[in-house]
Every structure is written in structure tokens, then in C-alpha cells.
Ligand binder design. Sequence first.
Ligand SMILES: CC(=O)N[C@H]1[C@@H](OP(=O)(O)OP(=O)(O)OC[C@H]2O[C@@H](n3ccc(=O)[nH]c3=O)[C@H](O)[C@@H]2O)O[C@H](CO)[C@@H](O)[C@@H]1O
Length: 376
Amino acid sequence: MEKNVRIIISGGGTGGHIFPAVSIANALKKQHPDTEILFVGAEGRMEMQRVPAAGYRIIGLPVAGFDRKHLLKNIGVLVKLVRSQLKARKIIKDFKPHAAVGVGGYASGPTLKVAGSMGIPTLLQEQNSYAGVTNKLLAKQAAKICVAYEGMERFFDKNKIILTGNPVRQNLLDTKLSREEAVRSFGLDTTKKTVLIIGGSLGARTINRCVMQGLEKIKASGVQFIWQTGKFYIDEAKAAVRQAGELPMLYVTDFIADMATAYRAADLVISRAGAGSISELCLLEKPVILVPSPNVAEDHQTKNALALVNKDAALYVKDSEAADKLLDEAVKAVNQPETLKNLSTNIAKLAFRDSADVIATEVYKLALNYKDKHER
Ligand SMILES: CC(=O)N[C@H]1[C@@H](OP(=O)(O)OP(=O)(O)OC[C@H]2O[C@@H](n3ccc(=O)[nH]c3=O)[C@H](O)[C@@H]2O)O[C@H](CO)[C@@H](O)[C@@H]1O
């Protein structure tokens, strides 16, 4: 008989944490429709909209990130952390979860710490090839740690590690559109090569600058571009395009809701090296030039990128060299079918399928085990 299991999923901050969290929830619901799921996020962050839009309930904690550069500013952050832990304790007492999942991001720290200290089994999902501080701290209490890269024993107890890959939104894999239909949906020319430029869920300043400074080059390239700027940069980007005059080979937007169509249209992708984007590129076998962000904790995007570059599965341009090289490299690569084919073959080998299902199965096992012991 199906037993009603309750699970908390906590974390967020950016798409890279939220999309895997929602995918795990969907997989749990698919496997065991009676599972009750509660999300715990950070007040004011992206998850507070995205999670309800995906059909799940979320409660926000007043948590904020530590300022690693200005230590004095952290007094307020510490107060918020204590308040968050108190609120997490109340949430857990009310909801009575049988397991908790942490996907990284501010909220997962207090939630998983409190859950662990109350004896509830916890599972961590580490998306990157270099473990974040929060996950390293939470790892001691965790029952299982699902990772996406080899070699994570250098951060975590190897007996707890399961190599699952990062969950990817199912609709990315389900699209039936042809390349031509996808290209047309952006108002572009189906006879031309197309480069998709993405900067992670929030956009990437360096990549945007390269495009804005390279508009004349783009005009002359014979190639067309779909450019996602991120919401902070869209006005500046649109103004630059207006000033450059007619650019029918360039589609500009702040955010692409339908990434499946954008990937389908692309012959080559230029991307930051966020873990979510990389997992998608692997599954969709897309040739990519990675430009890791140097502004993330412990420089983890460079490590993500190198895990692919070392296997000839991606091209690599350093952030500091992007202004000089990026557009030229993209135009060159997209016109070399042999290069594109090799990149596609090699990146496909790094894909993990069924990631969300495997993680959901592990969480459910932990939860059932706890429930059997405590609710007889
Ligand atoms: C700046 C920052 O801190 N980035 C981190 C953040 O990634 P961040 O959320 O920026 O990026 P990811 O690459 O992990 O994920 C981006 C997600 O947003 C989607 N997308 C993107 C653009 C768009 O227009 N529409 C859209 O839907 C992508 O398809 C993808 O699913 O979490 C990741 C996972 O821990 C880390 O590896 C990144 O280093």
C-alpha cells in the first residue's frame, strides 16, 4: 500500500538551483503521487515566484548571503541566519518531513542544518564540480550526496556519494520542433548558421559587452545570433542595437522562457559554465564555447568548464580574453562542420539521463526508512 510521505526541498537563488529542485519534485510526484512536498526558499529570491509557478508550495526564510569582501556587513547577515534557523525549526515541526533535500543556495543551509539536528535524513544535490561551502558544512550530517562530476571524494565521504548528474527540465528533451521551425520562431533565416548566446539565468556582463562592442562584426559575419542578455542588461543592449542600425541577424531578449526551442535553433552555443546549462548542453549534444564566470564562489565555473574541455567536449574562452577572441572564435567554429560534429559527439558522452528519477528514488528510500522507524 502507498504510504504518505512528506519531503522538504530547500535552496534556490538562481535557475541553476531552482530548476533541479523542481525536477526532483516532479519526479517524486510521478513515482509516488501521494508524496507531500514543501519547498523552503529565501525571501525575495527567484524561487519565491518560480516554485509556485511550477505548482508547489514554498515558504521563505529571511536568509541572506555572506559578504565575503566586507566582513563587517555580516552582522546583519548573522542575525538573519539565526532568525532563519528559528523559522526553519518551526516549519519542520509543523510539516513533519520524513526527509529533506538541499539543492544549494542560501535557504538550504539553515533548513538542512536544522533538519539534520532534528534527526531527519538529509540528501544534498551538488551541481558543480567544486563543492560549495554550504554543502561542505552540511555534508557531515547528510545521508546521501548526489553529485554531477567525478572526483567529488575530495570534498565528501565517498560512501555517501552517488553520481547522478544534474536534473534537467523534462520539457527540454520533449520538443518536437524541427531546426527550421525553431529558427523561424525567432524571426531568423533558416539558411544561415545560428549561434545562441546565453549568460546563465541572470545574464553575463562580459559576454554582453563582447556582443555590444562587436555589433559591426556581427553584421559582417554571415552568421545569425540569438542573444539572451539577462534582465539587468536588456535596456543597455537594446540601446546599443538601435544605435547600430538594422540588424536582422540578431534576436535580442532578456530571458528565454522556451529554452528547448532556442537550443534546437542553435548550431553553436556561447555560454557561461553554470552547472545547469552544462547538463542541458550535454543531454542535447550541443557544441559550445564556455566562458566561465570569474565572479562565482571558489571559481567553480572554471572547474566545471575544464571538466569538459579536458575531454575535448567544449571550446573554452577565458572571461579576461573574451573581448578579443569570443566572437571571432564563434564565427570560425560555427563554419567548421567537423569541429561541431566532434564537439557534439564528445559532449554527448558526458550526459546523465534520468538524473531526477534516480535522485527522487534515493530521497524516497530515505524518507520511507525514517517513516517506518518513527511512525509505527
Ligand atoms: C552566477 C551564478 O552564481 N551562477 C551559478 C548558478 O547558475 P545559473 O542559474 O546562473 O546558471 P545555470 O547554468 O546553472 O542554469 C541556468 C538555467 O537557466 C536556464 N535559462 C537560462 C537563460 C534563459 O534565458 N532562460 C533559461 O531558462 C537554463 O536553461 C538553465 O536551466 O547556479 C549554478 C548551479 O549551482 C552554478 O553552477 C552557477 O555558477
